[in-house]
Design a protein around this ligand. Structure first.
Ligand code: MN
Length: 314
């Protein structure tokens, strides 16, 4: 039996849900994905490649929403799995469209939580390792981070993940990290040393970013625009920004046009804004996507977000 795990690259829930998969299947091949089309094509290609293989294949996708534009090609990949003994298990907690759920459900095992109360790591734990103490612990830690509950201590892994994403070999680093986590190691000398270097990069970036915050009133919302930095972990930093500005929503914008959205209260759901962006996705607390405006012109970014929020608030 050959197991392949696909998970979201960018946060604790993505890495932990993959680590839980690794506790169950330590020999699994692992892939980290973002929300780009190329990323999703990796899943489709791996499924098509496996048709020839003699062994039974299991493909597990965790913490990734669906890309509706790729529905028909996904369907033919899933159908090819049905014809062979191969199996696809997709575990997620992002909103899926009704149509996609109906189309995909007969073809794969779809574990979708739409309660808004569970993270992907908890779903992975329940599906693959119910009663396993390690897996349970990891799923609870991921929940703490995903839902900002602050009810458990966690080592600075959210920032370490952010740091590793800056390297050319980021997937190698994240893979190594996921293997450590699956072995119960949440901190060690290597992480401690990496963190020391990271902290100084982060702190010098923070000072600059805080210097050019922009605040704009849009409808009943105070929206703060924050330049993002590859060394700043958005969710943690958003708390600092909210404390300083008391804004309702924070928009983090990067040079590549990527936007991250965080909120300070429940006046608006972050994913509603994100769904109007290119490749937008996420949940109510945290979401992201790509803007259409020139990412170097802050006035254009503000205007685009303003129009998007007007649309959402209609
Ligand atoms: Mn997640």
């Amino acid at each position: 039996m050959r197991v392949t795990l696909f998970s979201h690259e960018s946060d604790v829930d993505g890495i932990f849900s993959l680590a839980i998969g690794l506790i169950r299947y330590p020999q699994a091949r692992i892939f980290f994905l973002d929300y780009s089309k190329e990323s999703f094509m990796k899943i489709i290609n791996q499924i098509f490649f496996s048709i020839e293989s003699q062994e039974k294949n299991i493909f597990i996708v965790s913490d990734l929403g669906f890309n509706d534009n790729l529905l028909s090609i996904f369907k033919s990949a899933f159908l090819s799995c049905k014809k062979t003994e191969n199996q696809v298990i997709w575990v997620d907690h992002h909103p899926w469209s009704k149509n996609t759920i109906n189309e995909v459900n007969p073809l794969i095992e779809l574990i979708l939580d739409n309660s808004g109360n569970k993270c992907a790591s908890e779903l992975m734990y329940e599906r693959f390792l119910y009663d396993n103490g390690y897996a349970k612990h990891l799923s609870k830690l991921a929940h703490t981070i995903d839902f900002f509950t602050k009810d458990r201590y966690i080592t600075p892994l959210p920032e370490i993940i952010r740091y590793y994403l800056n390297f050319n070999n980021s997937y190698e680093r994240l893979g190594k990290l996921a293997i450590k986590i699956s072995n119960g190691i949440l901190w060690d000398i290597e992480l401690s040393e990496d963190y020391r270097i990271y902290e100084s990069l982060r702190d010098s970036d923070k000072r600059q970013v805080l210097n050019d915050l922009k605040i704009k009133k849009i409808d009943d919302l105070n929206v703060v625009f924050v330049r993002s930095s590859p060394y700043i972990q958005t969710s943690l930093f958003s708390e600092e920004v909210f404390n300083l500005t008391n804004a309702d929503v924070a928009i983090f914008y990067g040079k590549n046009g990527k936007i991250s959205i965080r909120r300070n209260n429940d006046k608006i759901d972050c994913n509603e804004i994100a769904l109007n962006l290119i490749d937008g996705g996420g949940h109510k607390f945290a979401a992201g996507g790509t803007i259409r405006s020139d990412p170097n012109k802050i006035e254009d970014i503000i205007l685009e977000i303003e129009q998007t929020i007007h649309k959402v608030k209609l």
